[in-house]
Design a protein around this ligand. Structure first.
Ligand SMILES: Cc1cc2nc3c(=O)[nH]c(=O)nc-3n(C[C@H](O)[C@H](O)[C@H](O)COP(=O)(O)O)c2cc1C
Length: 354
């Protein structure tokens, strides 16, 4: 089947990757329609839908949507947002052709990984044993406030569960006000004695990103070579990391700033102060990541500055008292991220000592 290049524009893509549910419409040979709610993942140019093992009256091959696709591959999928505030209403509708991917194909395996990354519930379901529906979009239509951040009715736990590390962005500008809102969330993080021992550098310009990528790349190259990595692999990894920096619309460098911390006569308590500062930098980072997601942005975390803080300070002309620790990338995800790590269960993480 012919795969059409991307037919969704950037706003439609950003809207679609954030939706957890859509409605899939199929029709049989005679054109009789059928619609069902579906979980889906979007990796441009295709949309994937699992056929899960939930108890059903019929085996997957007898499901009406499957039979319809076999008889007539024309489908439509609509994903929408409803809110009592009607200025927030929006939908994206995609029309295209569907096919069933066999479990022994590479695309099927990639689609299963993608779906499990988006929906942790699939981790324990045998979706790899069933075909996956792949929709090849041919037309997209949309309406409404696609660009609005998610409704304030969303609960904090939805934001925590929805956030994921994004490593590929659309070439789409992020408004300065939205970046400010992300930083606003970061500055409200808890910190030792309320001292806020961190500062943030925002990088938007491509030349500055290049300077930063060059500085960090040099250090990383030396480290990889020291590890005895194959030259070809070193080049590939460096190029991948450089692209990630250059293609992210916004970079936020999180730096420690230790000047305002309490001073102690003994090294042990001083180390404790520094550790607390690092802990609170992590809290500021998480505030930023959650706010970004809540505001309709996506974000990623890169640790590279931690390994060459002086070089980063020099490349960006920063105050030498700043200690670069982490880099957050901000933008709009280009499709659902290909990978998301699962989580350990609470039984493994928690002990109760009542
Ligand atoms: C301190 C820290 C450093 C990280 N460094 C990197 C990094 O350098 N590159 C990267 O791709 N992801 C990095 N990550 C992101 C993790 O890989 C990611 O959070 C983890 O795989 C879980 O996936 P999720 O964020 O999508 O839930 C880092 C995360 C943390 C907390």
């Amino acid at each position: 089947m012919k795969v059409t290049p991307n037919v969704l524009n950037q706003e439609q893509t950003s809207f679609l990757v954030r939706r957890r549910v859509a409605r899939l419409a199929t029709a049989d040979e005679s054109g009789k329609p059928h619609a069902v709610p579906v979980c889906f993942a979007y990796a441009p140019p295709s949309i994937y839908i699992a056929l899960d093992e939930k108890p059903k009256d019929v085996p997957v091959s007898r499901l009406k949507r499957v039979r319809n696709i076999l008889e007539n591959p024309e489908v439509a999928l609509v994903a929408d947002r409803y809110a009592e505030d009607w200025s927030l209403l929006a939908f994206v509708m995609v029309r295209g052709r569907a096919e069933l991917l066999d479990p022994d194909t590479g695309e099927h395996a990639a689609a299963v990984r993608l779906l499990r990354g988006k929906y942790h519930q699939y981790e324990t379901m045998k979706i790899e044993e069933n075909p996956v529906i792949a929709i090849r979009p041919e037309k997209a239509a949309s309406w409404g406030a696609l660009d609005e951040p998610e409704s304030s009715e969303a609960q904090i736990l939805d934001t925590i569960h929805g956030r994921r590390s994004v490593r590929r962005y659309l070439p789409r500008k992020v408004p300065d006000e939205t970046v400010d809102q992300v930083l606003e969330a970061a500055r409200w993080a808890p910190s030792p004695h309320g001292r806020q021992p961190w500062r943030f550098a925002v990088i938007r310009n491509v030349q500055t990103k290049e300077r930063l990528a060059d500085a960090m790349g040099e250090e990383w190259r030396a480290n990889l070579e020291m590890d005895g990595q194959d030259a070809g692999i070193v080049e590939k990894r460096l190029e991948g990391s450089r692209r990630r920096l250059l293609d992210a619309p916004i970079l936020v460098l999180l730096c420690l700033y230790l000047e305002d911390l309490d001073a102690y006569p003994d090294a042990e308590r001083q180390r404790g102060e520094t550790t607390m500062a690092v802990q609170s930098l992590g809290a500021a980072a998480q505030n930023a990541l959650l706010a970004a997601y809540d505001l309709g942005l996506d974000a990623g975390w890169m640790c590279a500055p931690l390994f060459c803080p002086e070089k980063v300070v020099e490349a960006l002309g920063l105050d030498p008292k700043l200690v670069p620790h982490a880099l957050l990338t901000l933008g709009y995800a280009d499709g659902d991220p290909p990978k998301r790590r699962g989580r350990k269960g609470l039984d493994e993480l928690v002990v109760y000592r009542d």
